[in-house]
Design a protein around this ligand. Structure first.
Ligand code: NDP
Length: 330
C-alpha cells in the first residue's frame, strides 16, 4: 500500500502560468473512486498536449495529473462490475481534466467509467487506439446509423494523418468505403495509402472560405478539423449525405451556411467521446476489436515511455506527430 509511483502533476503559478513536474506519489494521494487500477499503458492525445502545454484550458482543477486515456489491471474494487485482476480501458469522463488522470502509475476512478478491455487486445493495443481511435469509431458508427454505406459513394476524412483521422481511414477502408484522405502532409501519402486511403487530397483545397454549395464529391465524412474545412466538407457532400464532426484542429468556428442542410438534406452529426454513454462505448470497443486491422495499428503508432510524455505533448500541439503515440508504463 505504501508503494510509490511516478506521476506528472500540473499546477498553476500565481501568475496563472502552468508548472509541470514529475512527482513520486502513493495511492493515498489519489482522488476518490471505487476502483484502483495499475496503469499499464496510456497515450498522448491532442487534448493532453493542450493540457500539458496550457495552450487551452483543458485542466479545470489544479494541481492535476493529466492523461485522458488508460488501460490496465484492476488492483482493488468496491464496484459491483469489477474485481481485482480485471483488464479495463478508460476514455474521458473528465479524467485528466477534473479528475486525476492517466499519466501516473496508478489511477483511482469510478467503476462506472470503465469498459472491459476486449479479450483480443493488450493494454498497448487499446492505447494505440485510445480516445482518438474510439472517437473515430463513434464517427463511423454515426455515419452507419445515418445509412451512409460504402455503396453510397466516397467518404472524406480530414486531418487524415492525425490520430482520429488515421484510425478513421483504416476502419472505413476495412469496411469497404472508398476513402478520400485530406492532409496537409502530402509527404504522408504512402502512409495513408497503406492505411487504406483510395485518394489523397491537399488540405489546402478545403481550408479556405467555403461556398454555400460546391460540387458534390462525397456521400459523407469524418471531420477532425472544424472551421472552414468542415464548412467545405459540408458544401461538397452529396444529396442526403452526412458528416460526423468531432474536432477543431483548424478552429472552433463553423463559417458555413444552411444551404447544404436545406437544399441537399445533408446532416451534421455531432460526436462527443467524453460523456458518451456506456452502451455506445462498449459497442465502439467491440467494433474496434473486429473492424480495425491489427497489423495496421503498429504502423499508426510510435511507442514511448513515461519519460517521453511531456515532450510528446509539446510535439502534438505543434503538429509534429504522425498517427498515435503509445506510452508503455511498465
Ligand atoms: P492530431 O493532432 O493527431 O490530428 C489533428 C490533425 O488535424 C493533424 O494531424 C492535421 O492533419 C490536421 N490539422 C492540424 N492543424 C490543422 C489546421 N490548422 N488546418 C487543417 N488541418 C489541421 O489530433 P487528434 O487526431 O487526436 O484529434 C483531432 C481533433 O479531434 C482535435 O481537435 C481533438 O481535440 C478532437 N477530438 C475530439 C474528440 C471528441 O470527443 N469530440 C475526441 C478526440 C479528439 P494532417 O497532418 O493530415 O493535415
Amino acid at each position: 500500500m505504501s508503494e510509490t509511483f511516478r506521476a506528472i502533476l500540473v499546477s498553476r503559478n500565481e501568475d496563472k502560468t502552468q508548472a509541470v513536474r514529475v512527482e513520486e506519489m502513493s495511492e493515498a494521494d489519489l482522488m476518490e473512486g471505487d476502483v484502483t487500477v495499475a496503469v499499464e499503458a496510456t497515450t498522448v492525445n491532442y487534448k493532453d498536449g493542450l493540457a500539458i502545454t496550457g495552450k487551452a484550458p483543458v485542466i479545470r482543477r489544479f494541481p492535476l495529473i493529466p492523461g485522458i486515456d488508460f488501460a490496465g489491471t484492476v488492483l482493488s474494487s468496491g464496484h459491483a462490475r469489477w474485481k481485482e485482476g480485471d483488464k479495463v480501458v478508460l476514455n474521458g469522463w473528465g479524467v485528466g481534466e477534473t479528475h486525476y488522470g492517466a499519466f501516473a502509475g496508478r489511477a483511482r476512478v469510478s467503476g462506472d467509467w470503465l469498459v472491459p478491455l476486449p479479450g483480443t487486445m493488450t493494454p498497448l493495443d487499446a492505447m494505440a487506439i485510445g480516445t482518438a481511435g474510439y472517437t473515430a469509431m463513434l464517427c463511423v458508427m454515426a455515419l452507419e446509423r445515418h445509412g451512409i454505406s460504402p455503396d453510397r459513394g466516397p467518404v472524406v476524412v480530414t486531418g487524415a494523418a492525425g490520430g482520429v483521422g488515421s484510425v478513421a481511414v483504416s476502419i472505413l477502408s476495412r469496411l469497404g468505403y472508398h476513402v478520400v484522405a485530406s492532409t496537409g502532409r502530402t509527404s504522408e501519402e504512402a502512409y495513408l495509402k497503406e492505411l487504406g486511403a483510395a485518394e489523397i487530397i491537399d488540405r489546402d483545397e478545403l481550408s479556405g472560405p467555403a461556398r454555400p454549395l460546391g460540387k458534390e464529391r462525397w456521400a459523407g465524412g469524418v471531420d477532425a478539423v472544424g472551421s472552414h474545412t468542415l464548412a467545405n466538407v459540408l458544401s461538397m457532400t452529396s444529396y442526403g449525405g452526412a458528416v460526423a464532426a468531432c474536432g477543431l484542429a483548424q478552429g472552433m468556428d463553423l463559417p458555413s451556411s444552411v444551404a447544404p442542410f436545406i437544399l441537399r438534406g445533408v446532416s451534421l452529426l455531432g460526436i462527443d467521446s467524453v460523456m458518451a454513454p456506456l452502451g455506445l462505448r462498449e459497442e465502439a470497443w467491440r467494433r474496434l476489436s473486429d473492424d480495425l486491422d491489427r497489423n495496421k495499428l503498429s504502423a499508426l503508432s510510435t511507442m514511448i515511455g513515461f519519460d517521453g510524455i511531456i515532450e510528446a505533448a509539446k510535439a502534438i500541439v505543434e503538429g509534429r506527430i504522425r498517427g498515435r503515440v503509445v506510452v508503455d508504463m511498465s
